[in-house]
Design a binder for this molecule. Structure first.
Ligand code: HEM
Length: 417
């Protein structure tokens, strides 16, 4: 048994957190199942192995909010307050769905679950294909000096277009949501406050319009739930912002990371080009190998718990490293190998790129299907697609704990007829 006294302490460098999180956390994983560290100036447990990450994600004694602790205050809300985020608007950023537990979490998740069901998502496929085709039609127009940034002109707009349609946000409002998505990650209180006020007004207007003109989209669903008093007007606005950001932030980077992985693994790319039936499995393997979310939301122990033989005290914070669990050799043979033909028990959806348990990604089926449609259409349209810069010159965003390309310059080659 490891005890706190003997449990190794790791210092997480900027290199581990930003430049090479898979490698940095991978070294921790091979050294110890659980380590002590600090984050934002406070202690945190780091858990990196597939078995233990899964164990904590599915253990109801861990919560995504410190408010779940007896007498606990919401630390995240306090951070927002200290940053100068307006108290009336801060709940939109806290996000009810991601940072609550039952019964509120269950109530809110139930309202939106149907819109993200496998059946509803499958019904969206033809529309997704049409939107992808339209983006590919204009892609060559964005070429500068022979190369196109695939993030800006393909991977970024597609998920926004899709989620706007699903929610019922008019296409004309999409550019505003692109701007709000950038504000959301700015950490600039002035921009955040302005964005929150604008989103608040915009979503209340959308809801009012939907009350006057009912429709079978997600905003229609939320308006009906509001009428039945299953959610408040403030929760309705928060839900739309949460879904927009949860979709707009990671999905472009799954598409970008996947394209980069394929272009730098020509053997795997050739397999996929030769056999399109590999695509669904390939997307799951790409999620495992280079998924954009390196960690889950911070968890708080609401009771004393033992994990990997180490006692974790009530109130302790736990960082679950999904990206490292996805490269755990105890779960995935030769995890460093990108293998689009992995058998389902050691590949498939065994990965934790969408997390597990109560907060399992609501948009997992949607995001996987978007990636399938986007990759399939891109490869069909551009058989000569290639990187426009050497792989080690590709630029990553300087963000901790996510894997996001700043740009992905490619040459398109001749389009297929
Ligand atoms: C490649 C794309 C995506 C990745 C890698 C991803 C990843 C994740 C992860 C890791 C979590 C769980 C966090 C945790 O347990 O701490 C999560 C939650 C969530 N995701 Fe996704 N996500 C993606 C796309 C989407 C999309 C398209 C939507 C659509 C709206 C979405 C909506 C959500 C929501 C609402 C939650 C919170 C669920 C809850 O707390 O009950 N995600 N996602």
């Amino acid at each position: 048994m490891t005890t706190e006294g003997t449990c190794p302490e790791v210092r997480l460098s900027a290199h581990d957190l930003m430049v090479d999180p898979y490698g940095g956390f991978g070294r921790v994983r091979e050294e110890t199942p659980i380590a002590r560290s600090s984050w934002d100036g406070a202690p945190v447990w780091i858990i990196t192995r597939h078995e233990h990450v899964t164990e904590v994600l599915t253990d109801r004694r861990f919560s995504t909010t410190s408010a779940a602790l007896p007498g606990g205050a919401d630390v995240y809300a306090e951070v927002l307050h200290a940053m100068g985020i307006s108290p009336e608007l801060a709940p939109h950023l806290v996000g009810d769905l991601v940072r609550t537990g039952p019964p509120d979490h269950t109530r809110l998740r139930k309202i939106v679950l149907r819109a993200f069901s496998a059946r509803r998502v499958a019904a969206l496929r033809p529309r997704m294909r049409a939107l992808t085709g339209a983006l590919l039609d204009t892609l060559p127009d964005h070429a500068r000096g022979g190369s196109v940034d695939l993030i800006e002109h393909f991977a970024q707009p597609l998920p926004t277009m899709v989620i706007c349609e699903l929610i019922g946000i008019p296409a004309a409002d999409m550019p505003r949501w692109h701007g709000w998505s950038r504000d959301y990650t700015s950490a600039d209180p002035r921009r955040l406050n302005r964005m929150l006020a604008e989103v608040d007004e915009h979503v209340r207007e959308l809801a009012a319009r939907r009350r006057a003109e009912p429709a079978d989209d997600l905003i229609g669903e939320l308006v009906r739930a509001r009428a039945d008093e299953r959610l408040s007007e403030r929760e309705l606005v928060t839900m739309v912002l949460t879904l927009m950001m949860a979709s707009q932030q990671p999905t472009p980077h799954l598409i970008g990371n996947a394209v980069l992985a394929l272009l730098t693994h020509p053997g795997q790319l050739a397999l996929l080009r030769a056999d399109r039936s590999l695509l669904p499995g390939a997307v799951q393997e790409l999620l495992r190998w280079c998924g954009p979310s390196v960690v889950a939301l911070m968890r708080y122990a609401t009771e004393d718990v033992t994990v990997a033989g180490t006692p974790i005290r009530r109130g302790d914070r736990v960082q679950l490293v999904l990206g490292s669990a996805n490269h755990d050799p105890r779960r995935f043979p030769h995890p460093e190998r990108l293998d689009l033909t992995r058998p389902p028990d050691t590949g498939g959806t065994a990965h934790l790129a969408y997390s597990r348990g109560e907060h399992y990604c609501l948009g997992a089926t949607l995001a996987s299907q978007e990636a399938e449609v986007a990759l399939g259409a891109l490869l069909d349209r551009h058989p000569g697609l290639a990187l426009a810069v050497p792989p080690d010159e590709v630029e990553w965003k300087p963000l901790a704990l996510t894997r996001q390309l700043a740009r992905l310059p490619v040459t398109l080659g001749e389009p297929a007829r």
